[in-house]
Write a protein that binds this ligand. Structure first.
Ligand code: FE2
Length: 207
C-alpha cells in the first residue's frame, strides 16, 4: 500500500518585480520545491512506519523526530504558497479604501496605517521567520503574528490573509541584512490585495 497523492509543487507567474529580483524569486521557487520534496519524503517515511497499524517501541524515536520535522517542512510548503500567492507585478500600494481588508484593518487597529505599522514591525523582528496577518473568523478581527522558522507561533483556527517571508533568503541577493525594511517596502508595493481579500471569503468552520 502506498501513501496516496504526493503533493505537487505549484508554479507561480511572478517576475519583473521592483525590489525583489527575478534571481531572488527563482532561487526562492527552488527552495520551495525542496520543501515540497522533503514533505513528500517525510510523509512516505511516516506512512511506512504506521502502515502495519503498529508503531513499535523501537520505532518511536524515529517516528517522533520525523513527525516534528513534518511540521517544519509542511509549513515551509504552505507558507511559501501563501507568500507567492499574495504577490503580483502590477499591484496597488493599498487595498481598496472601503474594501473588506481596509475595513477589517480599521476595525481591528483603528486605521489601515496603524495595521501596516504593526505588520511591518513584526516583519522587522530579529530572527528567522514570517510575519502573518491572520483573520479571526469568530470575532471578525485581524491580528499580526511572528512565526519562528515555519511552525512556531501560528494561532489555531485563524486564517492567514497576508504572509511575508522574512527569512534572509527572501531578500539577501537584493539587500544587505540591515536593509530588511527596504525589502518590506518592496513587498508592500507588490501585494495582491484582491488575493488577500479572497482569503477572507471563507465560511466559519463548524467545530
Ligand atoms: Fe522563503
Amino acid at each position: 500500500m502506498r501513501l496516496p497523492q504526493p503533493r505537487q509543487a505549484q508554479t507561480f507567474e511572478l517576475h519583473g518585480l521592483n525590489g525583489i529580483s527575478d534571481q531572488t524569486l527563482e532561487t526562492h521557487f527552488k527552495l520551495y520545491e525542496g520543501y515540497v520534496q522533503a514533505t513528500n519524503t517525510l510523509r512516505e517515511q511516516l506512512f511506512a512506519i504506521v502502515q502495519d497499524e503498529n508503531v513499535k517501541k523501537g520505532e518511536m524515536p524515529i517516528y517522533s523526530e520525523l513527525t516534528r520535522r513534518l511540521g517544519f517542512e509542511y509549513n515551509g510548503v504552505v507558507l511559501h504558497e501563501y507568500y507567492f500567492g499574495n504577490l503580483k507585478r502590477e499591484a496597488n500600494k493599498q487595498p481598496e479604501p472601503h474594501g473588506p481588508f481596509a475595513q477589517i484593518a480599521e476595525q481591528s487597529f483603528g486605521s489601515f496605517d496603524i495595521w501596516k505599522t504593526d505588520f511591518s514591525s513584526v516583519g522587522m523582528m530579529r530572527g528567522v521567520g514570517w510575519a502573518i496577518c491572520y483573520l479571526d473568523l469568530a470575532r471578525e478581527v485581524v491580528s499580526n503574528h511572528w512565526i519562528n522558522l515555519h511552525e512556531d507561533g501560528h494561532i489555531a483556527g485563524f486564517v492567514p490573509l497576508l504572509v511575508m517571508d522574512v527569512w534572509e533568503h527572501a531578500y539577501l541577493l537584493d539587500y544587505k541584512p540591515s536593509e530588511r525594511s527596504d525589502y518590506i517596502d518592496a513587498f508592500f508595493s507588490h501585494v495582491d490585495w484582491k488575493a488577500v481579500e479572497k482569503r477572507m471569503d471563507v465560511g466559519v468552520p463548524s467545530l
